[in-house]
Ligand binder design. Structure first.
Ligand code: CUA
Length: 372
């Protein structure tokens, strides 16, 4: 018996040490986890964080008082071998009133700020300064449209610091959930019904976001970035995007040789034999532009941010994005080439098919896309 008690003691000790270790390591490495709600950088997230801390305060107070009283009573009134049977008590109105009133008070202290916060998070921001953004969820990427600016982009949402952003969200297919842990709480996104969300970034930075509702095979790889920029930098971004004049994808699957699909560099068009030779000779942007048309990329992807059509992500500004394939592959030449050549290996189940693009062709396509 004594031996078992000793063993239990050492197990309890080890568990305690492990818990302490997790707490210490967890707090020391807070930054490597940017998708944490514990470091809010926007007014919406700050409001939710404040509510969490209020609830935590009351829960901690209740825990300490109740467990403290319990431990005190267990020690103070513990039975000794010769004790007589304690006095039997049946009901005490005063005690019962107190233990009903105190929890009711604590619940009110939590309920009032909770309900107030819920209503605030569902408010619609008003004013000419509010930046409107339409969010469209797709399996498995995010489309962002700026109706006031006439721009469309994908997977990277640029916003100005200090300005409220009002999101109107819908999906093209199944349920998704839009979540930027450091800026705003998550909100579900539905087909045929729009939901709203708002936030205001307080400081510049890259804030990772993530789909938070299981939406199929690649749900875990349906990420995005929110890039909060100083107002001047944001205006620069908008200007660059408005100046993108690459080929635009047609609304439905177009014939590759349709007028909309004519390469911008038509004057430099190469004939098929020259194209093959140029591709073999090394990454070439003119060859890349023709491959973009011939391989059918343009059927789904627009390279013009002011032309929103296309069933695939708008690729205007792709050369400057941090990530590709919806926020989870670093935007390096090697990754982009791999993604173009083997989409079904990189992210099985996406709409982009393996088109049999050779290594050399992928290099030219990467060189071409890097210009955009
Ligand atoms: Cu979209 Cu999970």
């Amino acid at each position: 018996m004594d031996h078992r008690l000793k063993r239990w003691h050492s197990v309890a000790g080890a568990l305690l040490l492990l818990t302490l270790l997790i707490v210490v390591v967890g707090s020391a490495q807070a930054d490597p986890y940017p998708q944490s709600t514990l470091h809010p950088k926007g007014d919406f997230a700050l409001m939710v964080d404040k509510l969490f801390r209020t609830t935590l305060f009351w829960a901690t107070l209740v825990f300490v008082l109740v467990e403290g009283a319990l431990v005190f009573v267990i020690i103070k009134f513990r039975g000794k071998p010769d004790d007589p049977e304690p006095k039997q008590v049946h009901g005490n109105t005063m005690v019962e009133v107190i233990w009903t009133a105190i929890p009711a008070l604590v619940l009110a202290m939590i309920a009032v700020p909770t309900v107030r916060t819920i209503f605030r998070t569902y408010e619609t921001p008003k004013g000419a300064d509010v930046l409107q953004v339409e969010v469209v969820g797709h399996q498995w990427w995010w489309e962002f449209r700026y109706p006031q600016l006439g721009l469309t982009t994908a997977n990277e949402l640029h916003v100005p610091v200090g300005r409220t952003v009002a999101l109107k969200m819908v999906t093209q297919d199944v349920l998704h959930s839009f979540w930027i842990p450091q800026l705003a709480a998550k909100r579900d996104v539905f087909p045929n019904r729009s939901t709203t969300l708002w936030f205001k970034a307080e400081e510049p930075g890259d804030y990772p976001g993530q789909c938070a509702e299981f939406c199929g095979l690649q749900h875990g790889r349906m990420a995005f970035q929110v890039i909060a920029q100083a107002p001047g930098d944001f205006d620069g971004y908008v200007g660059r995007m408005q100046a993108t004049g690459g080929p635009a994808a047609a609304p439905a699957t177009p014939p590759v040789d349709s007028a909309a699909a004519k390469p911008a560099a038509a004057a430099n068009a190469l004939n098929t034999a020259t194209l093959a030779a140029t591709v073999q000779a090394g990454a070439d942007t003119v060859a890349g532009s023709q491959l973009f048309m011939m391989k059918g990329c343009v059927g789904c992807h627009s390279l013009n941010a002011t032309k929103p059509m296309g069933i695939g992500p708008n690729l205007a500004g792709i050369g400057h994005r941090l990530y590709i394939a919806a926020g989870w592959l670093e935007n390096t030449d090697a990754n982009l080439a791999k993604w173009i050549q083997h989409p079904q290996t990189v992210k099985h189940g996406v709409l982009m098919p393996d088109l049999g693009i050779t290594e050399a062709e992928a290099q030219s396509l990467v060189a071409y896309l890097r210009q955009h």
